[in-house]
Design a protein around this ligand. Structure first.
Ligand code: UD1
Length: 317
């Protein structure tokens, strides 16, 4: 069962999930802040646990309009947990972000490190973690995992479900994919003077299917005792540079990616990656797919859906 206000998405992928999984996905088009209707949903469905993925995620937009981010991200989490509490559903997996760490002393981020987000988007994710931690402390019935995603990339291997950004993509993978398919002329590489092996910034790119498996593992392996809150890194455990990603995508697609080197993007860090040991120890989870696989799956999705989920309406799928 899925609840989404479709503010940044469409219902088309849910039909595809139903087709691929062979089980119908019940969908409610609803904003989580609409408490009375949300309560109705909880009363009419048998819900054991919630995976809370709802939220806005553009760093730049959060700097320009912080109220929108606090209202949407924090407000919806307050509403959701209010309803969960009143309906006796107290098991939750929350979609957090590596962005909560901010500038750190070491590029390998571990959960025991201090957190200091550098932008309003990151502040909202950390505020929600605090809310959930306080909730877990307040009652022996709450069990909560916050999953700190590194850079989610790739697509479902079927090529039927993938990332469909609105307008010009702000992130590296969808931008490269659109250059490869000919929708955009050239990739801009932001910064080649970082203190990294080739001068370009380094990130931990995790395949979305590994990420999905991390959520299942959290749900299945979360300790049964209440009063539980813990945060877990979901990443592969090493970094790749922007040039590494370009090369991997060229190999996966067989298409040369034209790119130009430009100044650093304001706010970008040079390099960071996950230490994912905690998720392995507690959940037995580990990322299985690498960068090459993420590029191949992104390319399959892009070729089959040149206009994203609109492609279905245009007859390309
Ligand atoms: C951002 C968010 C992160 C989120 C991720 C994926 C921050 C600071 N960043 O990460 O929370 O999980 O998006 O949604 O919170 N790049 C280029 N050219 C481009 C686009 C990107 O060179 O056209 C470079 C960037 O400078 C960066 C790397 O590619 O070094 C990855 O960028 P991007 O995909 O935007 O992700 P992040 O900024 O790392």
């Amino acid at each position: 069962m899925v609840v989404d206000n479709l503010s940044n998405s469409s219902a088309e992928p849910l039909d595809r999930v139903s087709r691929l999984s062979g089980s119908k996905v019940t969908f409610y088009e609803l904003d989580l802040r609409d408490i009375s209707n949300l309560r109705q949903v909880f009363r009419s469905e048998a819900i054991e646990a919630v995976v809370h993925l709802a939220g806005l995620k553009s760093v730049g937009e959060s700097v320009a309009d912080p109220i929108k981010y606090y209202d949407n991200n924090v407000g919806s989490s307050v509403a959701l947990t209010t309803v969960m509490s009143s309906c006796d559903v107290r098991t939750l997996v929350f979609s957090s972000s590596a962005t909560v760490y901010g500038q750190a002393d070491s590029p390998e981020y571990v959960e025991s490190m201090a957190v200091a987000p550098a932008n309003p988007y990151g502040h909202t994710k950390l505020t929600i973690e605090h809310l959930l931690q306080d909730l877990a402390g307040s009652s022996q019935h709450w069990r909560v995992c916050a999953l700190r995603y590194f850079n989610p990339v790739g697509a479902d291997e079927s090529g039927a479900i993938g990332e469909d950004p609105v307008g010009v993509p702000a992130n590296l993978f969808p931008y490269i994919a659109q250059v490869a398919i000919g929708k955009r002329r050239c990739l801009t590489v932001f910064g080649n003077d970082y203190a990294t092996r080739d001068g370009t910034a380094v990130r931990d790119y995790i395949h979305v299917s590994d990420l999905a498996e991390g959520h299942l593992a959290a749900l299945q392996k979360m300790p049964p005792e209440g009063n539980f809150f813990s945060a877990f890194n979901l990443g592969v455990g090493h970094g790749e540079s922007v040039l590494d990603v370009i090369r991997a995508f060229e190999q996966a697609s067989g298409v040369a990616i034209p790119y130009r080197l430009a100044a650093r993007r304001p706010g970008d860090l040079a390099a960071y990656w996950a230490n994912p040991a905690k998720a392995h120890e507690l959940f037995g989870w580990r990322a299985k797919r690498g960068l090459q696989r993420a590029c191949e799956d992104t390319w399959r999705w892009q070729v089959r859906n040149p206009d994203g989920y609109q492609s279905a309406a245009n007859g390309s799928v």
